[in-house]
Design a protein around this ligand. Structure first.
Ligand SMILES: [Zn+2]
Length: 407
């Protein structure tokens, strides 16, 4: 398995032996370190700034000012939620700008100019506002209706809302940010369909997204539920990977479809939200009793309590993130296994992983604690090792006989 292996029937670049290149490795390490520092700083400043905003009673001041101008409650509630959502968007803007416009450019990974980036940010705010208004109103209504059990009402609403969001995402939200077209290379799609048909699986629609308008990084993903299900390949991947490498990536995404991973994720997020809202209700009630006066808050069912609830929810969500990442790594491993079994092509899988690391400047083998806390995917080194083990087992099975038991 040479690092120089040039894929047959293709004119793409060979994979460079990056694992043996200390200069490349140290660059990948620096990039990862800078990303993690950004993430930790972003979480810490987020908690600190939101805490300060609460201590300065800004949500209460905004709520009172809005109530003086808009005497009807529903309208005043909606305006308060809009002002909090826009405020949070604005407070997070410098941090996101540093990540996308400084860090990603420093490592040559970004292809986006500043104005289109700002347009993206505004678009994201405009798309999020109606959702935030609905969720904010829902939370307030639940607190007013079930003052002791609102956490349960919110947990029960999570799965249907998450399913609706997953269903709508590829047809309503994703097309606002990228152009999608059907995969033109029929040979590639036919190859996957043939392999899948042999296993009795029907493949969802395969699309290509113009990720290159923002990044050089390669990516592919599975999105949608029911009639909106689709496998999406980034043009950044399609243009750089050899056909047999693309085939195993497509097979990995098909693994997500076959394993119904979006449903599994919805189930897990429902459990996560249940735990979070239960904690948040208790913490919020306690905080209201102890510091309500200092925060200017009297009750939890007033709009000005929403930033406090969001703040506590973000804290709990951060604490639960390692568990969510562990689950995500598990389903990614299963999708890798599926891809190897369907294609039987460990060699192409390994080349695809190497190319992915190279193109995305992925540190192949990060320290375990960091990996455990922050990573949603197994490390590239682990994925390659699993593919080698798969190939070894296949060989042992083929050779058969008494060797099998020793393999
Ligand atoms: Zn995956």
């Amino acid at each position: 398995m040479s690092g120089q292996a040039r894929p047959a029937n293709s004119n793409v670049r060979p994979v460079t032996p990056w694992l043996d290149d200390p200069a490349w490795l140290s660059r990948a390490r620096r990039y990862r370190r800078d990303r993690l520092r950004w993430l930790v700083a972003d979480l810490a400043t987020g908690v600190a700034v939101s805490g300060l905003v609460l201590m300065l009673r800004l949500p209460v001041a905004a709520q009172e000012r809005i109530a003086r101008r808009l005497p009807t409650r529903p309208l005043a509630d909606v305006s308060a939620v809009v002002s909090y959502a826009a405020g949070a968007w604005l407070l997070g803007l410098p941090s996101r700008a540093w990540r996308d416009l400084v860090l990603e450019r420093r490592y040559g990974l970004s292809t986006q100019r500043t104005l289109p980036w700002l347009a993206d940010q505004l678009k994201a705010l405009l798309l999020a506002l109606p959702v935030e208004v609905l969720v904010g109103q829902g939370v307030l209504a639940a607190i007013r209706r079930w003052p002791r059990r609102w956490w349960l009402a919110l947990s029960l609403a999570t799965a249907p809302l998450a399913a609706l969001f997953s269903f709508l995402f590829p047809v309503v939200i994703a097309p606002r940010f990228n152009r999608y077209r059907p995969l033109g290379d029929d040979a590639l799609a036919a190859r996957l369909r043939e392999q899948a048909a042999a296993a009795g699986i029907e493949v969802s629609e395969i699309q290509v997204a113009d990720l290159s308008r923002r990044t050089r990084k390669a990516n592919a993903f599975f999105a949608g539920l029911g009639r909106t299900r689709r496998i999406v390949l980034g043009d950044t991947l399609l243009d750089e990977f050899a056909p047999d490498e693309i085939a195993v990536i497509l097979a990995h995404e098909l693994g997500h479809q076959v394993h119904r991973d979006l449903w599994r994720l919805i189930l897990v997020s429902t459990a996560q939200v249940t735990l979070t809202t239960w904690l948040v209700q208790r913490l919020a009630e306690r905080m209201l009793r102890s510091f309500g006066g200092r925060l200017g808050l009297e009750r939890l069912d007033q709009p000005a309590a929403l930033p406090l609830i969001t703040w506590l929810g973000a804290l709990a969500g951060t604490a639960l993130a390692p568990a969510a990442n562990a689950f995500s790594r598990r389903i990614e491993r299963q999708a890798d296994r599926f891809a190897l079994e369907l294609t039987g092509d460990a060699d192409a899988f390994i080349r695809a992983m190497r190319r992915l690391a190279e193109q995305n400047l992925h540190h192949p083998d990060p320290p375990w604690l960091e990996h455990w806390l922050f990573d949603s995917h197994p490390s590239i080194a682990e994925r390659i090792a699993a593919a080698r083990e798969f190939a070894r087992q296949r060989r042992a099975d083929r050779d058969g006989g008494p060797l099998r038991s020793r393999a």
